[in-house]
Design a binder for this molecule. Sequence first.
Ligand code: ACO
Length: 427
Amino acid sequence: AKNVGILAIDIYFPPACVQQEALETHDGASKGKYTIGLGQDCMSFCTEVEDVISMSLTVVTSLLEKYEIDPKLVGRLEVGSETVIDKSKSIKTFLMQIFEKYGNTDIEGVDSTNACYGGTAALFNCVNWVESNSWDGRYGLVVCTDSAVYAEGPARPTGGAAAIAMLIGPDAPISFESKLRGSHMSHVYDFYKPNLASEYPVVDGKLSQTCYLMAVDSCYKNFCHKYEKFEGKQFSLSDAEYFVFHSPYNKLVQKSFARLVFNDFLMNSSSVDEVAKEKLGPFATLSGDESYQSRDLEKASQQVAKPLYDQKVQPTTLIPKQVGNMYTASLYAAFASLIHNKNSTLAGKRVILFSYGSGLTATMFSLQLRDSQHPFSLSNIARVMDVDGKLKSRHEVMIYKNLIKYGNVPHVLFWFNIKLNVAMPKT
Ligand code: ACO
């Protein structure tokens, strides 16, 4: 099979959301902390009537209907999620309800789990399957579904929820450059869920930020090495049109892209101009560890990277800023934002994606975007996803100050109270 990749995408996020500005006021955080400090605009969340299963059932049904895919033509279904519903039964088996109705039970694949990376593992499994000898000619289907909720505290504004479905096959408008992957995997406790009775993670926020940035550096180095090996020349940021990141919150995406610019500077690549060299020069001799601690480097590299960020990253940030961290769906929601914003000009362009899952597993990989036949065209994917329509039809939940007294109860009850007692949709 040639040009294997993503043929079709659909996305679902819950209609209930809170403005980050309102959350700042509610939490007693300083003005601008969540909106400028974290770079987030709004957060979607599951109310008591939905969860990762209902979201994934919705998004799969919708994808099959809108692209008119015969459910019998799906031969592999892989789910990425870190939201534990059952310790043994996979989310994939819940989704079989859709296919059993059509008499199709011949579908391989189960769930993949490692924090926010499970969706990428699921995607690689499907792409590898279509590229392999065991492929039976049918479609692969990848589903990323998560509800990100944190205990009260600084991590809570980085929650979110969504499900994404991606149809996999040959001659795709979004095709994989399968040899161009750089990974970094390591044993750390930056974010994990040891308490099986709670849906909250245990999170060391600062450590998770540093682990993420170290993984960006390491994956980029490995990616560049593979590129040189297979393409015979040095890779730099100018070799790709867009860079898409797993997006726990937008500020980390800004910092990550600035790290890539700093890496290009250290590798002495031609993509870095004289002004940048001058500004980054003083940091050239920092050790790796020192470079993660240096606020001056962070500032200087973000400043140098800003024009390139606006060009190569900003178009990917819409949904993550509006919906929040969607864990496994987060990277693909960023990619969906790019298709939403730029579908008519993407053909012929290379896009680099960075996937990160705490614990930790991370991969940087490359996609080539191409013209393709309806219904699998970039413009049709944008039309089907209807990102603007979905964002506009959300209802904003108002949070009132007196809710603070509910702060200590588990989040389900917390939102439940908001909904029943003190919340009403904005008219
Ligand atoms: N106006 C503008 N900016 C502000 C304001 C304000 N009033 N107040 C604070 N800020 C800035 C800070 O300067 C900081 O920005 P900087 O990093 O550029 O300096 C930013 O807001 C965050 O503030 P901090 O005090 O540094 O951090 P905080 O205690 O709010 O925690 C954190 C942030 C660690 C991200 C927390 O939300 C968290 O733990 N989230 C979950 C973990 C996470 O997402 N990790 C990322 C990778 S792992 C994953 O994907 C789950």
